[in-house]
Design a protein around this ligand. Sequence first.
Ligand code: HEM
Length: 412
Amino acid sequence: MSLSTHQGTGVPHSDADPFALDVLADPLAMHGELRDAGPVVYLDRYDVHAMARYEQVHASLRDWQRFESSSGVGFPNFRHEKPWWTPSILLEADPPRHDAPYRVLKDVLSPRSLRRLRDRWSADGHQIVDELLTGASGGTVDLDAVPSLAEAFPLRVFPDEVGIPREGRENLLPYGDHQFNALGPPGEIRDRHAARAEELLAWVMAQTAREVLTDDGFGAMVWAAADRGEILPEHAPMLVRALLSAGLDTTISGIAAILYAFATHPDQWRRLREDPALIRVAFDEAVRWESPVQTFFRVATSDVRIEGALVPEGHKILMFLGSANRDPRRWSTPEHPDPDAFDITREPSGHVGFGMGVHQCVGQHVARLEAESLITALLPRVERLELVATPRRHLNNTLRMWESLPIRLHLA
Ligand code: HEM
């Protein structure tokens, strides 16, 4: 880390590499260094600016006029590099183009629309937990919480609810992994599924056709909005694609995060068992604490000055959501001094784990309902979760994920 400034712009510069394997595995120390360096830091290695403090990340996410998404929210800058995929009309678009598609998904995924799923998803949560715990002897069950819980629940409910056929669903996780890796710079991780990228995208696009989808799921609701003239017909497949791109890996990461949090903070699990209504806050606290989506880029639409530091027009800026969510400048309070602590009595609202502003996650109520359905099924049956071996990270350029969480459930 150097504190001299980048080309006289007043911006400190740094040789930190947020996409190095060891940093992806444990980015917390780098986050602290970047936050301490200043409100904006220039990353020499990638020729991009970065924001790691809560105040600037929060403000910039809300300021789409000066920090646009339509030049790409990943490393590639669409001003200079044409993407090989058709850019998303949500994530990679700005108002006004972005607004009608956003309204449609917001409606399809609203709490009111999800009410009809509550009982069904709750039953699915109980069934998964029953299957895992039935026949347990000795009062404990050992399992890998990633495949058995964090992946099992979203994979059971989400593709069914979008309404895609069963065949080929094994493509969903490699597709999602690749989409989020493709937002990073060239390198080993970005290239992991590169050979299959076009095949995976073609498979996903084939699932978005009206005749392939069931007639009562999220996908059909998107097509119905096109029939009502709320979006262009050619935008319907793009919105179904957005659900399949953004809806699975993110939630898997969030559920794995809360399970890991409870396995390593048994007092917090006890607290939740005493007051199950805290589950909603607990999941948001897990999203703040882990930040399943660690980073997104923006591009400056003009020369922007931030506390005297200049970010030139057209430059990429890397927003560290994960760092903002643990910035002591925002999260350290007299009652909760340590932002690195997972604490379900904290008030986590205002975190940027679901983004902020016009792009704020349209699927957040889906993620919350999924987590709630599963964790609520575990609560009465499990007295304590214990980590019984070293957990392993799954490295991704954008998402913070677990590959394996070896956990012992102590039954109630
Ligand atoms: C946008 C995180 C679950 C669909 C976002 C953004 C974040 C995020 C940070 C903002 C992107 C930006 O500012 O550029 C998460 C997390 C999740 C989650 C942490 C789970 C814990 C879901 C689910 C769905 C979904 C379940 C679909 C059902 C979307 C879509 C966008 C989005 C379509 C784009 C919105 C736009 O750009 O206008 N999400 N998400 N997400 N999310 Fe989520």
